[in-house]
Design a protein around this ligand. Sequence first.
Ligand code: A4P
Ligand code: MG
Length: 210
Amino acid sequence: MGASLADQLLAVGIARPASLAIGLGANLGDPLAALLAVRPLLAASLAASQLRCRWSPLFRTAAVGGPPGQPPYCNAALLATAGPSPAALNRLDPFALLERLQTLETRFGRVRSERWGPRHLDLDLLWCGEAHLQTPELTLPHPLLQERSFVLAPLAAIDPALLPPGARASVSLLLAGRLNHPGEQAPEALPGRRGWPEQLARGTARLAAR
Ligand code: A4P
Ligand code: MG
């Protein structure tokens, strides 16, 4: 059977591969340990849906919003693509994926008390293909993703030219704009380590917009 039109357009570079992105964050308990432990579980969950993951480096970021005096966050992002055929992503039900993410959050001790409060693990679905949704359970793309350097820096580290659905600029340009805001603290990329080898090139740890 011949390749689908979508696959042919991808092959000649006319279409962007469909993707989904997930933001990871934690600032309670041992945030680094939580992200290291959840990574293989998330990778396995997405592999079961025939998706392949690319991971950002880990970042240390100042808490945004919520109660004052929160510990810093450990943040990261993953970008999943459908491999040889985009159909795997079309088959994915974003609500079912959100449920899988929330089950993982609960497993890692997440208790929902106050909005933007400290947490053991937060997994946000940033986008899921071209899905546009606005329901009480799920908004896609994530409404705040373009305004948050703790989301943009990890995405820009995966691919500076990445264009989130509905965005007018790449993640690296959005990040550069964000970092120009007075008082905005640049996320700090952490060195790679066992279980999380990704890191920024030497000398760019504080300059994620390249
Ligand atoms: N929900 C709707 N859309 C989505 C989506 N795309 N992904 C619903 C995930 N959940 C989504 O989320 C509240 C409800 O949003 C869920 O029940 C889900 O059905 P939550 O995770 O319980 O609450 P939250 O995280 O406090 O609220 P929200 O609005 O999701 O906040 P964010 O955007 O997650 O921000 N500072 C730093 N440095 N790093 C961080 O990671 N995170 C936050 C939380 C605040 N400050 C931070 C960080
Ligand atoms: Mg959340």
